[in-house]
Design a protein around this ligand. Sequence first.
Ligand code: NDP
Length: 296
Amino acid sequence: MTTVAFLGLGAIGTPMARHLAAGAWGLRVWNRTTARAAEFARAHDVTHAASPAVAARGADVIITCFPVSGDVESLLDGPDGLLAGLTKGSVLVDCTSGDPATSQRIAARLASHGVAFLDAPVSGGVAGADAGTLTVMVGGDAAVLERVRPVLEVFGKKIVHCGAIGAGDAVKAVNNALLALHLWSTAEGLIALRKAGVAPDVALDVINTSSGRSNASMNLFPERVLTRAFPRTFRLALLDKDVGIAAQVAREQKSPAPLLQLTAELFQAAHRAMGEEADHVEVVKFIEQLTGTEIK
Ligand code: NDP
C-alpha cells in the first residue's frame, strides 16, 4: 500500500486531504496548529503525526500545502523537520502556490537525500477541492509525476506536466495574476459604468455574453459582489503573493511586463489596506473605497 503524508490543513489542504482519507492510502496528517490535525484525524480515522519528521517517516508520498514555498523550506531542518524523517526513494509533492527559485532550492536539497520533488500547485478553489476536480500543474521529472499520478488523481481532475522544477509554480502565478487583473479591471469598468448611469447587473448581463467576459465577471461578481456576500475562501494576502511571484518571474526572465508589475503594486496596496484575513474578492471593496462608489 502507498503511504501518504499530508501537511498543511488550511482552507484548500483540508478538502484535498479529506479525499485521501476516504481512500486506502495509510494517510497521516500534520498541521502547525495541532488541534486542527487532531480533529481531522479523529473525524476521518487517520493517523495524526506529532511532527513533520514523524509524518514523513516511511511515507512514499509527502504532500505539503502551505501559504508560501518558504514555509516548506523552513520545515526541512531540525530534529522534527522533514529531512529527519524522509525515506530515500520517496517523493515530496508541494501543492503550495510557490515560487520557482525556492522550489529549485528545496528540490536540490532533497535530491542530495535521495528524495524527489515536484512543485504541484492547484487551481479550482475550495469548491474544486471539495468536488475533487482540481487542476494540478506540475514542475519536475515527468517520470516522477507518473509514479505519483494515482495519488494526485484523488483530488485532481486535470493533471498537467508543465516543465522542469518551478514550471508549475510559474504557471500558477501567471494564472492568478490574470485572475487579479480581471477582478481589478472589472471593478473599475463597472464603477465607471455605474457613474455613467448603467446598473452593474445590466452591464454584466451584456459583458457575460460578450468578449470581455471572464471567470470574475461570470461568477465572482454576480455571486459575491452584487450579493455583497464576499465569502472567505481564498485570502487576498495569498493572491497578492501570487501576483508578486508572476511579476518576479517576468523580471527574472527580463520579459517586459508593465501590467503585471502594476497589478503587483495595486494588490500589495489592497492587501495592506484590507488585512490578512480579507478574501481576494474583497479587493473590490478597496477599489470601491478609492472611488467612493459601491457596485450594487
Ligand atoms: P490557509 O491560510 O487557509 O492555510 C494555510 C495552512 O498552512 C494552514 O494549515 C496553516 O497552519 C499552515 N501554515 C501557515 N504558515 C505555516 C508555517 N510557517 N509553517 C507551517 N505551517 C504553516 O491557506 P490556503 O489553504 O488557502 O492556501 C494554501 C496554498 O494553496 C497557498 O499557497 C494558496 O495560494 C494555495 N491555493 C489556495 C486556494 C484557495 O482557494 N484557498 C486555491 C488554490 C491555491 P495553521 O492551521 O497553523 O494556521
